[in-house]
Write a new protein. Structure first.
Length: 261
């Protein structure tokens, strides 16, 4: 997803009052979760008096269950909900890219559709974005509700990515992020599978965007099951982290040209 480069001129205005938010989420075989999750987001966002506008964009990533039909029903009932679909599964990152491309508002919250990230985390993100005058805030999961294998993979890949970037992100791979919409839509995101959260962090750092972090709640999955296949996912994570390392090396030796902010 590559669009026109980001113009930082509206920065002061966009940080003065965050009142427009798009939610962007991928969904794959989430029929057991998706209605409760989306209506929970709706209830929360509708009850926020400081929000003048919001939208919820979910991309159904070629689900084989009723996820697509449920999303279509939600979009028909609620004008704030937009559903988009892949006929064939393309991977979580591709689905998130599609959802991001359909957003239109000033800020975008990246969130998973499995309910593990409570929407109530949003207010902490907004407080930090406003107080620190930054265009991107990433969540930090102090307690990750994942398997030990997944936690080790997230930790080790985060250490490697921080080393490549010379950064000190506490949770490089957290999917829950609040990013200025124009900035996010200008990023050229390349990942296809489950490495989208790592890539968004990496691309923001490549743009030299100051990235704030805030501790958030991360809950265990209650219904449904993760689409993560451990061995395949670990291999893809390793290859993607190596790609990030090689990419930063090419920037350092001026073989690649950095995108303008």
């Amino acid at each position: 997803m590559c669009q026109n480069h980001f113009d930082p001129a509206p920065r002061a205005r966009s940080l003065a009052r965050i009142s427009e938010i798009s939610l962007a989420a991928p969904a794959f075989n989430e029929a057991e979760n998706i209605e409760a999750t989306v209506t929970g987001w709706l209830d929360y966002l509708r009850s926020r008096p400081w929000l003048s506008r919001f939208e919820i964009v979910v991309c159904n990533d070629g689900s084989k269950d009723q996820t697509g039909l449920i999303l279509e029903g939600l979009a028909a009932r609620y004008p704030e909900v937009c559903s988009t679909h892949f006929v064939v599964n393309q991977g979580a990152a591709a689905a998130l890219n599609r959802a991001i491309s359909k957003t239109s508002l000033e800020w975008v919250l990246l969130i998973d559709s499995d309910g593990q990230f409570p929407i109530e985390n949003l207010e902490r993100m907004i407080e930090v974005a406003t107080a620190m005058s930054v265009l991107a805030v990433a969540g930090v999961r102090p307690i990750k509700a994942d398997s030990a294998f997944a936690r080790f993979g997230s930790w080790s890949s985060g250490v490697a990515c921080n080393m490549f970037h010379g950064s000190e992100c506490r949770d490089f791979n957290c999917a829950f992020k609040l990013v200025n919409g124009a900035l996010l839509r200008s990023l050229c995101l390349e990942a296809k599978g489950l490495n989208y959260s790592t890539e968004v962090t990496s691309k923001l750092l490549e743009r030299r965007v100051r990235l704030a972090e805030v501790e958030i709640e991360h809950r265990p999955r209650i219904r449904g099951k993760s689409s993560l296949k451990l061995i395949k996912g670990a291999l893809h994570r390793l290859l993607f982290v190596l790609y990030i390392g090689i990419r930063q090396l090419l920037f350092r030796f001026q073989v690649l040209q950095r995108e303008d902010r």
